[in-house]
Design a protein around this ligand. Structure first.
Ligand code: CMX
Length: 137
């Protein structure tokens, strides 16, 4: 069911302050920067071989990312798993006893359809199911 790790989400206080490490020190290509209003975040995607790194900067104190940074500090926030037929995958996860944060897919960065699993039912990791609509791979 899982095609690959689509991306790893990293919570940061400031994209501007963090990006040079990724683009200059690690020399990763910057795919783009985008604001995701529904999640109250500004994100930067970097290509790291077959997978991506998503830097997430909160745009509001209400953002899940702001709360995460306040509690735990900057660092790895979630792992996104690339899937097909995300609605079916959500049903499958429910049937297997996984508590979904999102019972329906919603729109994430880059037009992806996403749904999060609750970290309490995955041994402490916030996993995102992620389907790129209209794009393969
Ligand atoms: N990874 C692992 N555990 C996490 C976590 C994370 N990223 N965020 C919170 N938790 C844990 C907390 O440590 C806490 O555990 P304890 O009770 O043992 O301390 C528990 O989950 C509850 O956390 P909380 O701080 O009380 O926060 P909430 O319950 O209010 O929210 C969560 C947690 C995961 C349900 C919420 O952040 C959420 O719905 N996330 C999905 C949406 C999201 O993260 N959006 C931002 C990214 C969007 C994008 O990629 O575009």
């Amino acid at each position: 069911m899982i095609k690959k790790v689509d991306h790893i989400g990293i919570a940061v206080k400031s994209l501007e302050q963090t990006l040079p490490f990724y683009t200059e020190t690690l020399n990763l290509p910057l795919i783009g920067i985008e604001e995701v209003d529904s999640q109250k975040v500004r994100v930067a995607f970097l290509q790291a071989g077959e997978t991506k790194i998503e830097l997430l900067e909160p745009t509001s104190d209400e953002s899940a990312i702001a709360k995460f940074i306040e509690k735990r500090g900057e660092g790895i926030h979630h792992v996104a798993l690339g899937v097909e037929s995300i609605e079916e995958r959500i049903i499958e996860m429910n049937e297997k006893g996984i508590r979904m944060i999102d019972e329906q897919p919603r729109l994430g960065a880059g037009g992806a359809h996403i749904a999060f699993m609750h970290p309490k039912s995955t041994s402490g990791v916030l996993y995102e199911l992620c389907e790129m609509i209209g794009k393969k791979g």
